[in-house]
Design a protein around this ligand. Structure first.
Ligand SMILES: Cc1cc2nc3c(=O)[nH]c(=O)nc-3n(C[C@H](O)[C@H](O)[C@H](O)COP(=O)(O)OP(=O)(O)OC[C@H]3O[C@@H](n4cnc5c(N)ncnc54)[C@H](O)[C@@H]3O)c2cc1C
Length: 427
């Protein structure tokens, strides 16, 4: 049903009948109709290929993912086949060039992320960890051998990744991490990793875990690719963290390393300090800025449908009441602004001109506005908001997590404040 290669399917879609004027800049004398689903006409900023990729991703997500999410969320179950399906479509590591990856623009990858999170932030988290945090890290910092070994299988979703930075005692301040990498006492050519990571997406099922640890020689943070299949019993445990009240359709766990032997060849060769993890995080945060708008747009669409159908007071649909309309107007405005900002940063990222603070700005803003608006829109459902059948409560719970992970919103305020004033607050 779906084309196996993202670019191929995109090309075919873009050849299909599409109005020739899609990118026309002609001035219209008469006012254009308002499209509440794309209020500021962001589609006109996209290339034919990006539109086609977005359509491919949206079709897969709506037809294949959406029917599974309610039960998965109830059962706190993550179907790892989803990553294989995404791999077949070329959705994983989509901006990476070579290694069986699609090599598309950052905007196209953002549109994929938006399509996935329109269904559920948990599915997007699983994809982001695979694509941005682990594949992106290997592509940026890995040796040629590491790239050849891991990237093609990860692109197909045959090998699953996890990214271990956060520790029980060090979340917002990862520079203080306690996990260490020392020479292995008995195995020549191996390092011994010890420490604990927590709140790690995909860790219970990951085959390759990108663990950040302090290297014995320098005391600086380095990246290590820990292969589960190579770890002797008792040296690597990845227990799941159960009973979450958000992101229940994704798997989260710990990484416990007890003198775990890791070949020196599995260390990233050059990158030191926080530059390594922060580069990976920047890419993932860019995806979150897109994804949260997808979740917000789904909240808007669900709320609009509900408000048009639900009648109160003399048979009027509640959508007729201005207080309800204001909630929709606020949310739709924030979604439209968030999309435009994400496109702009994506274009700059493609040209290598995006400052990390730009990504902090859109990650923070889009997460905060998506969470705020989703909570307000939830009110429109009245008592039905409490039923998971209506989907909005799931988005609200998920969006709290997106605002918290990969730099909690206040931490991104500090990053922006520092950039604006030149004064460091993290002391
Ligand atoms: C479902 C889920 C999945 C996750 N997946 C991953 C993953 O795959 N890999 C990974 O490495 N991590 C992951 N995380 C961890 C996540 O990135 C951290 O939870 C996040 O960085 C915040 O750290 P913390 O929980 O320790 O909070 P803390 O650092 O303890 O912060 C608590 C509060 O204090 C505030 N605060 C802290 N310091 C300051 C300061 N200097 N000034 C002002 N306010 C401050 C914060 O803004 C926050 O509001 C995940 C988390 C969740 C919930």
């Amino acid at each position: 049903m779906y084309r196996p290669i993202l670019r191929q399917s995109a090309k075919q879609l873009s050849c299909a009948a599409r109005p020739a004027a899609v990118r026309s800049y002609a001035a219209h004398a008469t006012p254009q109709p308002f499209n509440w689903q794309d209020p500021l006409g962001s589609q006109s900023l996209l290339t034919e290929e990006e539109i086609a990729i977005s359509e491919t991703a949206e079709a897969y997500c709506q037809e294949r993912m959406l029917p599974r999410v309610l039960q998965a969320y109830r059962d706190e179950h993550y179907d790892k086949k989803i990553l294989e399906e995404m791999g077949e479509l070329g959705l994983l590591g989509s901006t990476i060039k070579g290694y069986d990856c699609a090599g598309v623009s950052n905007v196209a990858s953002g549109l994929i992320t938006k399509a996935v999170e329109r269904v559920d932030s948990g599915y997007r988290s699983g994809m982001s960890v695979q694509s941005s945090l682990v594949m992106g890290g290997i592509d940026e910092f890995g040796t040629q051998e590491q790239k050849d070994k891991f990237l093609p299988k990860m692109a197909k979703g045959k090998l699953l990744g996890a990214f271990g930075l956060t520790e029980p005692n060090h979340g917002s301040d990862p520079g203080s991490m306690e996990t260490t990498a020392k020479p292995h006492p008995t195995k020549k050519g191996y390092l011994s990793l010890s420490g604990a990571k927590t709140w790690i997406t995909n860790s219970p099922i990951a085959d390759v875990l990108l663990v950040w640890a302090k290297y014995h020689e320098t005391g600086k943070i380095r990246g290590f690719l820990v292969e589960r299949s190579e770890c002797p019993p008792g040296t690597l445990e990845t227990p799941a963290i159960k009973n979450k009240n958000g992101l229940r359709a994704s798997l989260t766990g710990m990484i416990q390393l007890d003198e775990c032997p890791v070949p020196e060849a599995n260390m990233f060769p050059d990158v030191e300090g926080l530059r390594g993890p922060f580069t990976c995080l920047n890419s993932a945060r860019f995806g979150i800025a897109w994804g949260t708008i997808g979740a917000l747009e789904d909240c808007i669409s669900r709320t609009r449908t509900y408000a048009l159908e639900r009648k109160q007071f003399k048979g009027n649909p509640i959508a007729k009441y201005q207080l309800v309309q204001k909630k929709l107007a606020d949310a739709t405005t924030d979604a439209a602004f968030g999309t435009l900002a994400a496109i702009q940063v994506g274009r700059l990222k493609d040209k290598g001109e995006a400052a990390p603070e730009m990504i902090s700005m859109i990650k923070r803003q889009n997460c905060d506005r998506a969470l705020f608006n989703a909570r307000v829109l939830q009110e429109v459902f009245g008592g039905n908001a409490v039923s998971d059948e209506y989907g909005i409560g799931r988005h609200v719970a998920n969006l709290f997590v997106t605002q918290t992970y990969e730099g909690q919103s206040d931490i991104h305020s500090l990053i922006l404040g520092r950039a604006i004033t030149g004064l460091q607050a993290f002391v």
